[in-house]
Design a protein. Structure first.
Length: 87
């Protein structure tokens, strides 16, 4: 049987406090999106967490930065080309 890997904490205490504050504001209905809180009300739980982590990063708290996208092959959307018709 394989041994389980110990989970490490993703974010520091300051980051958790910042997220907690954002969640409380969201529940009250006073959390706003956008620069300077000039956007609309935040209703999404995920968006509230993102705002909290973003503010924590600005303050220099231990919150890992956003994932960098790999420079791999880009997926293309749209339709596939139809097979060529033979005569």
């Amino acid at each position: 049987m394989a041994t389980r890997k110990k989970s490490t904490q993703k974010y520091g205490k300051a980051a958790s406090k910042s997220v907690e504050r954002a969640m409380k504001k969201r529940n009250k209905g006073t959390l706003k999106s956008g620069k300077g809180g000039k956007g609309g009300k935040v209703k999404s739980r995920k968006q509230a967490i993102a705002i909290g982590l973003s503010e924590a990063r600005k303050k220099g708290a231990n919150a890992k930065s956003k994932r960098k996208t790999s420079g791999g092959k880009k997926k293309t959307g749209g339709r596939k080309k139809a097979a060529s018709k033979r005569k």
